[in-house]
Design a protein around this ligand. Structure first.
Ligand code: UT7
Length: 319
């Protein structure tokens, strides 16, 4: 038995911040950001918005597309690096907001690989019979963990949520998943602050060695994609759509080149969304499904990389 994606959804906060707007407060320019990253703008959550709130809107869209009532959701897995609070999990908060009850709900923390990790976990639970269906969400409010005076990081990230609904598949569906981690690289991309004695010890902002992350990402995104394709028994030429984590257009282009996937077969949202960490892949998938690019029978390759370091890929045949 396999699982398949029966519906997708996404939610972006209403406020758009352009590169030019950022250049008013930090020493940067639209030209630098566009040429180094491909990013033109990002969406930023308003003061009262929460990660679970963005997840709720994306989940409602995905459930409506799948034709599943919130009360029938069996399992909820939320991938996030920016939860509403330390605990309970954003998945439990989402469960209550949705009116879904009874089944397990938990968060997965694998930073920008979070959605691929969450999808792999939910797929395994469906295939084992532990759940009948699953809501898998990537949701982030990165704007709250950015130092808005650090031009090296604040220009790169955005906020948003994407969701999918998994159901048992008669045919097609998730053909293979591969996950990896190497904690030796924990310091090249991190938020090192710790909650201690009623305050934060250390910095609560994203710290990154951009060059190191760049090289590591290009290497492992292609490697794990090939591993997952091999496990699915498919050649690269069978890939209809490559949906990589949307961190930087140069990383994405380099990955596509390494894999010999033509640029036109890659879904790109980083220009409008920036890097939305665990939410970037499900938001890009939802866009490509809703605008008709991803169609029945297509092979879709998802590949993600993030802090930890973590990386992973999933190969799907769209049902
Ligand atoms: O999900 C994974 C999350 N992280 C990533 O994907 C990040 C991966 N890394 C990258 O995307 C790239 O390394 C960056 C976009 C962060 C940087 O691009 P780069 O081509 O590697 O530039 P660089 O680090 O070599 O920096 C070049 C210069 C530096 O100035 P100096 O030292 O040469 O005088 C930086 O200080 O660009 C400067 N710089 C900026 N200038 C204008 C760094 N950030 C900015 C900025 N605006 N926002």
């Amino acid at each position: 038995m396999r699982s398949r994606i029966a519906g997708t959804g996404r939610c972006l906060p209403g406020r758009v911040v352009t590169n030019d707007e950022l250049a008013l407060s930090v020493a940067t320019s639209d030209e630098w950001i566009r040429t180094r990253t491909g990013i033109r703008q990002r969406h930023v959550a308003a003061e009262g918005e929460t990660t679970s709130g963005l997840a709720l809107a994306a989940s409602r869209e995905a459930l409506a597309a799948a034709g599943i009532a919130p009360s029938d959701v069996d399992l909820i897995v939320v991938a996030t690096t920016t939860p509403d609070m330390i605990f309970p999990s954003t998945a439990c908060i989402l469960q209550a907001k949705l009116g879904a009850g009874g089944g397990p709900a938990f968060d997965v923390q694998a930073v920008c690989s979070g959605f691929v990790y969450a999808l792999a976990v939910a797929d395994a639970m469906l295939r084992s019979g532990a759940a009948r269906n699953a809501l898998v969400v990537g949701a982030e409010i990165y704007s709250r963990i950015l130092d808005w005076n650090d031009r090296g990081t604040c220009v790169l990230f955005g906020d948003g949520a994407g969701a999918v609904v998994l159901v048992p598949a008669a045919e097609g569906g998730i053909l293979a998943t591969k996950l990896h981690a190497d904690g030796h690289h924990k310091d090249i991309l991190c938020v090192p602050g710790q909650v201690r004695a009623g305050g934060i010890a250390g910095t609560p902002f994203v710290r990154m060695d951009g060059g190191h992350v760049f090289k590591f990402a290009v290497k492992v995104l292609a490697e794990v994609a090939l591993e997952a394709l091999d496990a699915a028994g498919l050649p690269v030429s069978a890939v209809d759509w490559l949906i990589p984590h949307q961190a930087n257009l140069r990383i994405m282009d380099a990955t596509a080149r390494k894999l010999h996937v033509p640029h036109e077969r890659m879904v790109v949202t980083v220009d409008r969304h920036a890097n939305v960490s665990a939410a970037s892949i499900p938001m890009a998938l939802d866009e490509a499904v809703r605008d008709g690019r991803v169609r029945s029978g297509h092979h879709v390759l998802l590949t993600g990389v993030g802090g930890g370091f973590t990386w992973g890929a999933a190969v799907l045949r769209w049902a």
